[in-house]
Ligand binder design. Sequence first.
Ligand code: SOE
Length: 393
Amino acid sequence: MHKPLRIALVGHGFMGAAHSQAWRVAPRFFDLPLQPEMSLLVGRDAGRTAAAAAKWGWTETSTNWREAVEREDIDVVDIVTPGASHAEIAIAALEAGKHVLCEKPLANTVDEATAMADAAARAARNGVQAMVGFTYRRLPATTHARDLVAGGAIGDIRQVRAAYLQDWLVDPEAPLSWRLEQDKAGSGVLGDLGAHIIDLAQYVTGRKLTEVSGTLETLVDSRPLPDSAGADGGLGGQRGTGTARGAVTVDDVALFTGRFEDGVLGTFEATRMATGRKNALRLEVSGTRGAVSFDLEDLNFLEFYDFTGPADRQGFTRIMVTEPDHPYVGAWWPAGHSLGYEHGFVHQVTDFVTAVAAGSPPSPSFADGLQVQEVLDSVTRSAATSSSWTPVG
Ligand code: SOE
């Protein structure tokens, strides 16, 4: 039996469920070097927190996140609250010597993200680890895409196309939620979905964005209030029965062009207005020898184009990334037995626990999260000033 790793999860909405499932399942499929224990679930409302704890299997509950930070019998603080509280909780936890896993985007502002990255750097000197949850890096197909690109399979990168398309705001009567309020979420679709494609494009290409030029748009600026606080920011959901409306204070469409450090151009589109697209994160990287193309709505596949083969046999090959040799797959089912959305979260905690046990910095680090925050901030500044190219950082 491995040494226990006692986890406190702060938050229990959509991401709380995804992380809870990951903590529960990871040690059953992966041979983890430490044994995660689901010790404490923290939420603002005692009744709802207790119900979530019973559903997901957390031993104790609290309505005060400081308990997670102060208790000696907690090793990891996992943060899945709206972005506005990430910095305060993460910094306090790191200063108390807790390892921290924090949902993306790392924070709501560059200043907060900088303070978090500084706290993580200080904590690292004492063997305390911090990681930001860019989950989509940890799907077998995206990791395989990264490996193919790094191994030269597509040659020199010529162009990048990234999009994250959802449609839950197409209906002007879809209710308000915290994701649409700037004081809680920081930004709208840019930070929520744009952050994912920025991270994934940089991860798969192995290159950082250095300048951007963008536009942000709020197409529906007020929405009906939901009936109860229970509608905690799930995507879409039912509108309330009353007539009261609240202001939407963030963007619902974000478009930008980015230049990577070696001059390669990319286009980025993040939207909740893409009618019919439910959760379509798409990334295509074109190179001199080939291309890779991924779509989250078809996540067991990676398309690969080999530009070096005979011309009469060229075409995108749909690689089914479900063989035991593919990243992460060997721990799951027999070959060809597909994986789903939640597996990325299981892989995330697996990699996190492995890094904590090894005493080595996990990736993506808080410094990586800060760099994504700088890209988001540059897009916002570019949009606000209508300037063509705005440097990152
Ligand atoms: C969490 O990783 C997250 O980014 C959510 O916040 C988005 O809204 C979701 O649709 C994709 O995942």
